[in-house]
Design a protein around this ligand. Structure first.
Ligand SMILES: [Cu+2]
Length: 302
């Protein structure tokens, strides 16, 4: 414990003295893995503001309650002999108004805010941007993420690349149990479920590498089911796609079957091409029950 304290304080000193920015703090203390506070995109920023607004509104309950509790305890102490004695007191309109009015106002404010922001933050709602949307199909596996770029005909395991300021339209499903996709610095967690498709729109307005994770406990390899989301210039993104294409590792059905087998702490893998309709195939396998019903013609094994 003392060693930890010493380490932390010396680290803080080093950071303070070197005049580091917020990003260095985030790096050192891995804050990006814990909270949606250090935002790197509009969705996360909106969510952070909702959180701060809610917190502020609730302070209007918390501060008076804590304050009056202390004041009552002190004022009505047994030793206080300097008060009017009112044994027949039983009602005060002012007090009733105060006790009920505040909470009612706060509930109304929070309800309206929740209503409005729920529609604003609908994960299915496309994001507005001058840049074209990048489509991604994410498949949760035991215990890694597969990201397919249908428009570029490439795929990657545990690595999500995106051009900065371009909206991502992520379709998600699972090839196993339920998983939850989230990149805290970009906002909005969403479930990935077998036999179903969910959709999430995200956007990064900063360049950088962001931590992403499965936030739903899913068994043995869960702890290592992390990935890196890279936000980069359009040029770098094109280069990333070119790098994937040069990988000469096609993601055909055989490669998929191999990949879908449980494995832990998987390093990023790039795929140079993808089997057409793979995402729908994964969904269909679970919709038909036991996975034995033949998939669509183009996906049958030969
Ligand atoms: Cu839930």
């Amino acid at each position: 414990m003392r060693r930890w304290l010493l380490l932390c304080s010396s680290l803080s000193m080093v950071l303070l003295l070197s005049g580091c920015g917020v990003d260095d703090w985030i790096q050192v203390f891995r804050l990006d893995t814990l909270v949606t506070f250090f935002t790197a995109g509009p969705v996360a920023a909106y969510e952070r503001n909702v959180m701060l607004f809610t917190f502020t509104v609730m302070l209007f309950v918390l501060v008076p309650v804590v304050g009056f509790t202390l004041w009552f305890a002190w004022h009505y102490r047994s030793g206080n002999r300097h008060n009017t004695y009112t044994p027949n007191w039983h009602h005060s309109g002012l007090l009733e108004g105060f006790l009920w009015g505040g909470p009612v106002v706060i509930i109304v404010v929070l309800a309206v805010m929740t209503w409005v922001t729920t529609f604003d933050l609908d994960p299915y709602k496309p994001l507005e941007s001058e840049h074209p949307t990048v489509r991604v199909q994410a498949i949760a596996m035991d215990w890694k993420w597969l990201f397919i770029y249908p428009d570029y005909n490439v795929a990657a395991v545990n690595e999500l690349a995106m051009p900065v300021d371009a909206p991502l339209q992520i379709d998600l499903t699972s090839a196993t149990v339920m998983n939850a996709f989230m990149i805290p610095r970009l906002g909005s967690q969403i479930m990935a479920m077998s036999g179903m498709r969910t959709r999430l729109h995200l956007m990064a307005d900063k360049k950088g590498t962001f931590f992403g994770k499965n936030y739903q406990y899913s068994g043995d390899g869960f702890a290592g089911m992390n990935f890196e989301a890279h936000s980069m210039s359009q040029q770098d993104f094109d280069q990333w796609v070119a790098k994937a294409r040069a990988a000469s590792r096609p993601l055909d059905l055989a490669a998929y079957r191999q990949l879908v087998e449980p494995s832990k702490k998987v390093e990023p893998i790039l795929y140079s091409s993808i089997r057409d309709g793979l995402f729908d195939y994964v969904i269909q396998r679970f919709q038909t029950g036991d996975g034995k019903v033949p998939p669509p013609d183009r996906l049958t094994d030969r």
